[in-house]
Design a protein around this ligand. Structure first.
Ligand SMILES: Cc1ncc(COP(=O)(O)O)c(C=O)c1O
Length: 451
């Protein structure tokens, strides 16, 4: 019998998800982190990486913000009614009132849950209860989460394959297409149009001028609820509390999650109007007709309140607006010599660098060969080089592999943004000039096939 003690990673591989371990190993990105502070990620082998992914927009306040940790410690020390399930949570009341005040418009009630997907599920149920219709419209390229209801609002076969029939009555329409939207709405069978105001995983797609405003007006005209999924774009990520605030729209519902609890405790929230709330919670008998065990969890609520304090006191929204503009302008200048860079776009501290197929013959051959092996191969090579050579953690968009996401914590310092710009320019230069980039890519492709 073996007496060897297995490490956490080995146990993870044995008991949680071996494929994930293999993928990180393959990309040489299976680092072991000892301490994460602000934008910095420290590893056991003495490296300090900068986080330009923020856990997909979770760490707006930076990793392990001391004030949020202090609030959580205090909450634990109080030995309060954390999971009583039969009391009224004052902390939930406080957090809900602050969220409604910040969101404004017709949003006057909050349902709390523990993730973005769970928020999307709740929004689907609330919309159906309010309108007595079944259908839900969503946008091509959307990412709304991987539970069955949320997944029904994502068209990509990659995410859907193998999971059987999803919710009936859901239909996709192109982003920025008002004509198709109106044609669908006219059927009056849709309870809600659920969309991201800026599509994150689709490649940081910015709405056309007045698209959101006119889409909201059309929805109102045909009795369909206009629901914004601000799971990535909310909590000052784009510079304002909600991305909706840039576009002069008043949604009927807003879904928040991720950054709402400082990246430390699972949380989600659905902000709704009084009328929508009343359509679900119609009577005493139905007071808890939609809920979940960890909804209004004391630690999550305390973390949410502390996170709002930090975001407001440190003015992280206006900082995101200012530094976001600057980093996009710097990236555009630094990347202008490179033909494979198609666009740099974004809002606040949510940006994307879009790459494209090169026209130069030699480059094009390599690019296409790798795209045939796997469409994400090229983008993943950039992510890998940034990680290994430049000590930067980044990722490509989940539904658009040619867009590199730029989403550091909102507390990122100007010199860290400068470092990022120089690093991306260096790696982009390698792509355009170095055989090593492409031969490494070939090595990766071979290893991927053999794993
Ligand atoms: C826009 C958007 N909505 C919903 C979700 C689902 O959130 P969660 O992973 O917390 O369930 C995500 C997750 O990345 C997201 O990006």
């Amino acid at each position: 019998m073996s007496t060897a003690v297995l490490s956490g990673v080995e146990l993870y591989s044995d008991y949680v998800n071996p494929e994930w371990v293999k993928l990180l190993d393959l990309l040489d990105m299976n680092a072991s982190y000892t301490r994460c502070d602000g934008v910095e990620l420290h590893t056991t082998d003495g490296k300090c990486l900068l986080d330009f992914l923020s856990g997909y927009c979770v760490h707006n306040t930076g990793h392990n913000h001391p004030e949020i940790i202090a609030a959580l410690k205090d909450e634990l020390d109080q030995h309060g009614p954390a999971m009583l399930q039969s009391h009224v949570s004052g902390l939930a009341g406080e957090l809900a009132s602050r969220l409604c005040a910040l969101a404004g418009g017709r949003l006057q009630k909050v349902f709390f849950c523990s993730s973005g997907s769970e928020g999307v599920e709740a929004a689907i149920k609330f919309a159906r209860a309010h309108t007595r219709r079944d259908g839900i419209l969503y946008n091509d390229g959307a990412f709304h989460g991987l539970t069955c209801g949320a997944l029904s609002l994502m068209g990509s076969p990659f995410w859907r394959e193998g999971f059987g029939p999803l919710l009936p009555g859901t239909e996709a329409i192109p982003f920025n297409d008002l004509e198709t939207l109106e044609a669908k709405l006219k059927s009056r069978k849709f309870a809600a149009f659920i969309l991201e105001p800026i599509q994150s995983e689709a490649g940081i797609r910015i709405p056309a001028p007045h698209y959101l405003e006119q889409a909201a007006d059309l929805c109102r005209k045909y009795g369909t609820l206009f629901v914004l999924d601000e799971v990535q774009t909310g909590m000052y990520r784009t510079g304002k509390f909600l991305a909706a605030h840039h576009y002069n729209v008043q949604p009927d519902m807003v879904i928040l999650a991720k950054a709402l609890s400082g990246g430390l405790i699972p949380i989600g929230a659905v902000l709704v109007s009084d009328e929508i709330y009343k359509s679900t919670y119609t009577s005493l008998k139905r007071a808890i007709v939609h809920t979940s065990t960890f909804s209004e969890n004391g630690l999550a609520m305390r973390a949410g309140l502390a996170t709002l304090d930090v975001l407001e006191r440190e003015n992280l929204g206006s900082r995101a607006l200012r530094l976001g503009e600057q980093v996009r302008s710097d990236l555009r200048s630094a990347l202008s010599p490179y033909e494979m860079v198609k666009d740099v776009r974004g809002l606040g501290m949510l940006s994307g660098i879009e790459f494209q197929r090169p026209s130069q013959f030699g480059l094009r051959l390599s690019f296409e060969a790798f795209a045939r092996i796997h469409p994400a191969m090229f983008g993943q090579m950039i992510v890998m080089r940034l990680f290994q050579d430049e000590d930067l953690l980044t990722q490509i968009c989940g539904n658009n592999f040619l867009v590199l996401k730029v989403a550091p914590p909102l507390i990122v310092e100007p010199d860290q943004l400068d470092q990022f710009v120089h690093s991306v320019a260096r790696v982009t230069g390698l792509v355009h000039s170095s055989r090593a980039f492409w031969s490494d890519a070939l090595g990766l492709a071979r290893r991927a096939v053999n794993v």
